[in-house]
Ligand binder design. Sequence first.
Ligand code: PBG
Length: 328
Amino acid sequence: MPAEFPVARPRRLRRTPALRRMVAQTRLAPADLVLPMFVKEGLGEPSPIPSMPGVVQHTRESLRKAAHEAVEAGVGGLILFGVPAVKDGTGSGADAPDGVVQTALRDLSADLGDATVIMSDLCLDEFTDHGHCGILTPAGEIDNDATLERYASIALAQASAGAAVVAPSGMMDGQVGAIRSALDGAGYHDVAILAYSAKYSSAYYGPFRDAAECAPRFGDRSTHQQDPANADESLREVLLDLDEGADMVMVKPAGPYLDVVRRVRDTVQVPVAAYQVSGEYAMIEAAAANGWLDRDRTIMESLVAIRRAGADIVLTYWAAEVARALAR
Ligand code: PBG
């Protein structure tokens, strides 16, 4: 064997931590991370979510404190989910001026102002007694266009309460356009839209439905959320949302859909977000609790992988913890 063999030695650049750091292609920074937070109306104490260890439903007060801490840690933004005290057929809590999300938005904008990006999830499932993302027809099917009117009204309620970004997650056709025109019509030209464009009908949302108390009472979401078997459809949804005025687009879940994240990143010129959902969180926490995975390394690897696939922004329940770890 000739002495110079092999000629190519990729291991040279992997030799020391300093070399590996210098040549790392993907970096994770606190500002890339967005923290989803749950706030429940009328709650006396923060309430742990059993399937999401470390995540709680916040009270009005505990939300303010946790939001402040996350911002101190340097997270890029916060996204709010509300659980109302009372649910009804039209989800009237969703756009009530004193609804749980609007109250929280006013608190957080008063506390934090422009120090972070305050976003709100925009959907009906947390607010309807049937748990569906829209208004139902008498036959029990979602009425797409009647739902759009509700979404437009929720957008106005959230914008007037201080949301800098609204994030429609209901997967109704035309939702971004309906929201954009309502916002513009009321003078909220500067409120941005982060569209959950490629949102799959996913079993990975299971723990979230405990957190937001929004599992559908009957049926499922497969008539509006995408089939996991499809990828081209995601590009269609993304392009439609951009046409309708989306400022940023999202792929959800993240980890099981990294191919979709990459294809969206290669197709659009706007920021791409990916949502590491409740089930992705629960799997790692559960395996780590059993001693089956190294928790911290797995969390970091899962996030770097999502960034490497092309996501600019990652929504993750570990946002504040990871932001703190990155600052060390
Ligand atoms: C709908 C919504 C869901 C999630 C975010 N927004 C649930 C669903 O579509 O059933 C899931 C988030 C997660 O699993 O972490 N408002």
